[in-house]
Design a protein around this ligand. Sequence first.
Ligand SMILES: NC(=O)c1ccc[n+]([C@@H]2O[C@H](COP(=O)([O-])OP(=O)(O)OC[C@H]3O[C@@H](n4cnc5c(N)ncnc54)[C@H](O)[C@@H]3O)[C@@H](O)[C@H]2O)c1
Length: 295
Amino acid sequence: MNISVIGAGQMGNGIAHVFAQSGHSVTLIDIAQAGLDKGMATIGKNLDRQVAKGSITEEQKAATLKNITTTTDMAAGVKQAELVVEAATENVDLKLKIFRDLDANAPAACILATNTSSISITRIAAATKRPGQVIGMHFMNPVPVMKLVEVIRGYDTTDAVTATVVELSSAIGKVPVAVNDYAGFVANRILMPMINEAIQTLFQGVGGVAEIDTIMKLGMAHPMGPLQLADFIGLDTCLAIMRVLHEGLGEAKYAPCPLLVQMVTAGKLGVKSGEGFYVYTQGSKDLVVAPVFSK
Ligand SMILES: NC(=O)c1ccc[n+]([C@@H]2O[C@H](COP(=O)([O-])OP(=O)(O)OC[C@H]3O[C@@H](n4cnc5c(N)ncnc54)[C@H](O)[C@@H]3O)[C@@H](O)[C@H]2O)c1
């Protein structure tokens, strides 16, 4: 299948990786050449890790890389697409613009999927003239490792399009779960308020970063604490999702914690910016609490 992936960030490069590894022909598209270079470098590194672990061969790695081409020209990059998976920054206006452009440039039969974490599929679909062919395809981070694909049916998404996306997800080794389109869907409706509450708990001085994460790891058997997970997801993405929940569900309990807002304003976005609740130094495996929280 010809698949175009929009956005080569942490999710987009993972999505390109898993489709290419299953033999699909992938065009990876970003507005920035630097984004494409970084995305391809990450795919190369992740494939090396799979080779080192013995889960794929050198030949499979080479074949996967051969299946991916890159471009900064979105119109040209979707001309042959049978499926587009959009994984650009979590911003409503940006996604509406991208879907208007995709609708104008992708073939009429092409399915337009979005990896949005929370933005209404119905709203994105309404920006196109093919709302029946617009669907949520929500991969989890890191994409090559995590099994789940949350498949979100918009108001108009057809059963045939849902069935195609469910089958395709299974065929690339994922486990698709189909749900309906309300703010945050299922995954982030439940996860993000927990992360926001952990930040609120820190903000109110109930516990420090290490205390909160240790309690949730050891007490609830979570593989990582909510603050480390927030850093991993990206604090800008967490804030954007909380705003969608707050606006979409209309309840005060979804208001983003002021500390989260302030950290994003200060450019502390977590792993991708080098600092969030923890400091990330290239090559280091140690989890070091950020100076502002260890005072
Ligand atoms: N981070 C997570 O854990 C996670 C998990 C599931 C879903 N998501 C969703 O996936 C999407 C991408 O998130 P991410 O974490 O990969 O973000 P990111 O910031 O790592 O990457 C976003 C990429 O999109 C590119 N981009 C921005 N505007 C573009 C445009 N007009 N055309 C093409 N490319 C454009 C940027 O250059 C960047 O490379 C968001 O909708 C997010 O909510 C994220």
